[in-house]
Each structure stands twice: as structure tokens, then as C-alpha cells.
Design a protein. Structure first.
Length: 202
């Protein structure tokens, strides 16, 4: 777990650096640059989160990993960072390749590793739920961007295959059945929904 956590810190820091540089290079596309800056800010939070988890376990006896990310998988992720980072630094990275890189980075196997490390923080609810909520919104932000750009719709399948960090329970309260039905449709992707017609029923 110690080795995995240290590796993940490096990955989060690499993602932060990649997004900061890409936002500057592709600044003419305001929507894309805003996405990249947002992702960079989130990666900084994720890196801090993993460091907090590491601080909690660094003096503990090494425990078996709850997930296995083998050396080949770790090297493949590192190779992807190196490939896209090299193209970005040389000025050869296209906008399409950049968006593909964002999806590859954000929805890779290191998500499983991050969630495993995040589990270390469950004993600290304030930190855990704040971090879990941030990760959930991180995914949604990428998804919203992709949906706003029809030319990248082919990438939606990969995004939708990644499970949510935590299940959200939503309560819709309205005395009009029509409004309840509308809200159920609008919120259907946000979590598990229950309905009530008034405060007492809720």
C-alpha cells in the first residue's frame, strides 16, 4: 500500500503539471482551457488527499492491497503520460489528442488505486466525504464538457463505464406529480431518487 500510495502521488502531480501546461498552450479555446484549469486545481486537491492518506499509513505495518495494480499496468499509465507530455512539450499535440488524453488520464486504472487509497480516510469523515464529493464532481465536469462537444461523443462510453465514487440519495418533494416526474428525469443520473408529495410524507 505504501508503494502504491507513493506512485499515485507522482501520477497526481504529473496530471497537475500536464493540465497547467495544456491550459496555457490551448488558451484560445476558452471552454477547453477552463476545463484544463479546473482539472489542474482538482489534481492538486487529489494529490493533497493522497498525501494525507500516506501520512496516516506510513508508520503502520504494510498491509495487503485491496486492489492489485501490477507493474505492467503502472508502466502503461506512466507511458501514456510520457507520450502525451512529450507531444505537448514539442508543440505537436492536437486538440483532439488532448481531449483523448484527458479521458485516458481521468478514466484509467489509476482511478481504482485512488479509490483504494481514499478508503484509508474513511475514519475521518470530513476529509473523506469532501474528497469523495470532489472526485465525483471531477468526473462530472469532464462528462459535461464532452457532452457539450458533439465531435467527442465517441468518448462518452468510456466515461460512463467508470462507477461513481459514492451513491447519492436524493429526495424530491413537490405536491404536483408532473413536477416530480420532470425532476426525476432531470436528476436520474445524479443518484437514487425517492419522492414525497409534502413535508410530512418526506
Amino acid at each position: 500500500m505504501h508503494e502504491l500510495t507513493n506512485w499515485l502521488i507522482g501520477i497526481e502531480d504529473a496530471a497537475y503539471g500536464f493540465y497547467v501546461k495544456a491550459a496555457a498552450v490551448f488558451n484560445e479555446d476558452k471552454g477547453l482551457a477552463a476545463l484544463l484549469r479546473h482539472l489542474a486545481d482538482d489534481e492538486k486537491i487529489h494529490s493533497d488527499t493522497v498525501r494525507k492518506a500516506y501520512d496516516l499509513i506510513k508508520n503502520e505495518k504494510e498491509k495487503p492491497r485491496l486492489i492489485t495494480l501490477d507493474d505492467d499496468s503502472m508502466h502503461a499509465i506512466e507511458k501514456e503520460f510520457l507520450y502525451y507530455g512529450t507531444k505537448l512539450n514539442s508543440g505537436e499535440l492536437t486538440k483532439d489528442e488532448l481531449v483523448e488524453a484527458v479521458v485516458a488520464i481521468e478514466f484509467s486504472e489509476c482511478n481504482d488505486a485512488f479509490l483504494c487509497v481514499l478508503g484509508v480516510l474513511r475514519g475521518f469523515p470530513d476529509v473523506y466525504y469532501s474528497s469523495a464529493s470532489n472526485i465525483q464532481q471531477h468526473k462530472k465536469y469532464v462528462e459535461w464538457f464532452i457532452k457539450s462537444r458533439p465531435e467527442y461523443s465517441r468518448l462518452l462510453e468510456k466515461i460512463s463505464s467508470v462507477p461513481d465514487v459514492m451513491e447519492r440519495n436524493l429526495l424530491v418533494v413537490d405536491d404536483e406529480e408532473g413536477m416530480i416526474n420532470i425532476l426525476n428525469v432531470v436528476l436520474s443520473q445524479e443518484g437514487s431518487i425517492e419522492n414525497a408529495r409534502n413535508g410530512a410524507e418526506a
